[in-house]
Each structure stands twice: as structure tokens, then as C-alpha cells.
Design a protein around this ligand. Structure first.
Ligand SMILES: O=C(CO)COP(=O)(O)O
Length: 254
């Protein structure tokens, strides 16, 4: 079963209105493989979502970087899944390691968020990944399995989920996982899905890699059979994001 290559750009907490418009103009002018080959999703900060949605080419899609865990209401500072749906935003990133680490989002909380966002009709990029300490102590697989289990416990339909493996030690550090390291964990995640959710979900769910992906390292990573795309941070604000989108063709021809 074909898993369409997926390239997400997580802009994190960056950009002014002018900078955002510039990035969108660059993306709009880029020649990239068609939507049949690659699904491209960019994720600006909340405040720029309407602007980006209104300007962005129609074959690229928009994602939020977070949303509230349940129905909106008296939750100062939060943005609900319903609001994203109301704005026509199809995607949301949930469980990013920066939120897990800095805002104490637990595995269970992330699982609840993923389930609620899906129930409202959003598609979810759900992030998992180990810290350097966890990798060095040999617990990488146990950590990502526990994070994935907390999602699987709450979610029965995986059709609208993309799983992003983002080792914390590779995020924003310039220290990219080697293709072999990434492939190893992607295989383990797929195995986990196979054994705990089902063969079909394991075969069809896209598992993408994030952590210091750039225009230079994306092609080799893309050749790995269980790597179905990327979630890109820093490089998604730069011209090289277009090269990363183009690495979808490496996959297609591999
Ligand atoms: O966190 C990331 C994407 O969500 C990765 O960030 P970098 O590409 O900047 O390492």
C-alpha cells in the first residue's frame, strides 16, 4: 500500500508578518513534484494561520502547532480544535518534544489531545522521540513505544494520523540521526503498530523523521524504506525547504 511522501515545515515560534509573506511567496513560486507524489504542510504560529492560508498555493496545506485538549471554553490563552476547523485549518502538530519538555505535556495528555483533535475532524502530526540520556541508556524503543501507546490507547482510527519520530537530541542541534539510526526506530515503530494496533495500520501509517533535516541530508534519509517524509524545523524557514520537498522524488525512484 502506497504511503505518500509527507513534508511538514514547523516554523515554531518564528517570523514577522513580512517574513511570513516572503516565505509564502517563495513557496508559491517553487517548482516541486505534484500533490500525487508529495503532501506538503506548513505550520506557522497561530496568529499567522489565516494569513498563510489565504496566500498559500492550493496544493500545499496548513497546520497549527498545537491545540487545546478538549472543547474550548474558559481556558485563557488556548486555541481549540473547533476554532481550527472553523478556520479551515486541516492539520495540527501535537506532542512536539518542545511542548512535552518545556510545558510538561505528559504522554497521556498528548494521547487525549490527539484523540480530541481527530474527533473534531483535524488531521494530526503526532510527535514522539527520545532524549539523548534515554538513547544512551538504551531505552529509545521503550520510550517511543510508550509515547505511541498513549496515543493508541485513545485512538481507534489512524487514517488521519502521521507519526513523527523526532529524537530530541537531533532537534535544532545540527546533529541529524544517521539514515540507519532513523530507519531502525521507524522499523520499531511500525512493528509496534503491527503488534498492537494492526497490520493494516502499520502498513499504511506514514512515519516521518524530524531533527536537523536540511537540503543536504534529506536525500540519503529519504532512501530509507520506512521513512515516509520529514518534519522540518529550522530549514523550513529557508530556501532549502524546497530541496527537501523535492527529495520525495528520490523516494519514488528508489
Ligand atoms: O522539531 C523539529 C520539527 O518539528 C525539528 O527541528 P530542526 O529541523 O530545527 O532540528
Amino acid at each position: 500500500m502506497g504511503r505518500k511522501f509527507f513534508v511538514g515545515g514547523n516554523w515554531k515560534c518564528n517570523g514577522t508578518g513580512e517574513e511570513v509573506k516572503k516565505i509564502v511567496t517563495t513557496l508559491n513560486e517553487a517548482e516541486v513534484p505534484s500533490e500525487d507524489v508529495v503532501e506538503v504542510v506548513v505550520s506557522p504560529p497561530f496568529v499567522f494561520l489565516p494569513l498563510v492560508k489565504s496566500l498559500l498555493r492550493s496544493d500545499f496545506h496548513v497546520s497549527a502547532q498545537n491545540c487545546w485538549v478538549r472543547k474550548g471554553g474558559a481556558f485563557t490563552g488556548e486555541v481549540s480544535a473547533e476554532m481550527l476547523v472553523n478556520l479551515g485549518i486541516p492539520w495540527v502538530i501535537l506532542g512536539h518534544s518542545e511542548r512535552r519538555a518545556l510545558l510538561n505535556e505528559s504522554n497521556e495528555f498528548v494521547g487525549d489531545k490527539v484523540a480530541y483533535a481527530l474527533s473534531q475532524g483535524l488531521k494530526v502530526i503526532a510527535c514522539v522521540g527520545e532524549t539523548l540520556e534515554q538513547r544512551e541508556s538504551g531505552s529509545t524503543v521503550a520510550v517511543v513505544a510508550a509515547q505511541t501507546k498513549a496515543i493508541a490507547d485513545k485512538v481507534s482510527n489512524w487514517e488521519n494520523v502521521v507519526l513523527a519520530y523526532e529524537p530530541v537530541w537531533a532537534i535544532g542541534t545540527g546533529k541529524v540521526a544517521t539514515p540507519v539510526q532513523a530507519q531502525e526506530v521507524h522499523v520499531e515503530l511500525r512493528k509496534w503498530l503491527h503488534n498492537n494496533v494492526g497490520a493494516e495500520v502499520a502498513a499504511s501509517t506514514r512515519i516521518i523523521y524530524g531533527g536537523s533535516v536540511n537540503g543536504a541530508n534529506c536525500k540519503e534519509l529519504a532512501t530509507q524504506p520506512d521513512l515516509d517524509g520529514f518534519l522540518v524545523g529550522g530549514a523550513s524557514l529557508k530556501l532549502e525547504f524546497i530541496d527537501i520537498i523535492k527529495s520525495a522524488t528520490v523516494k519514488k525512484n528508489h
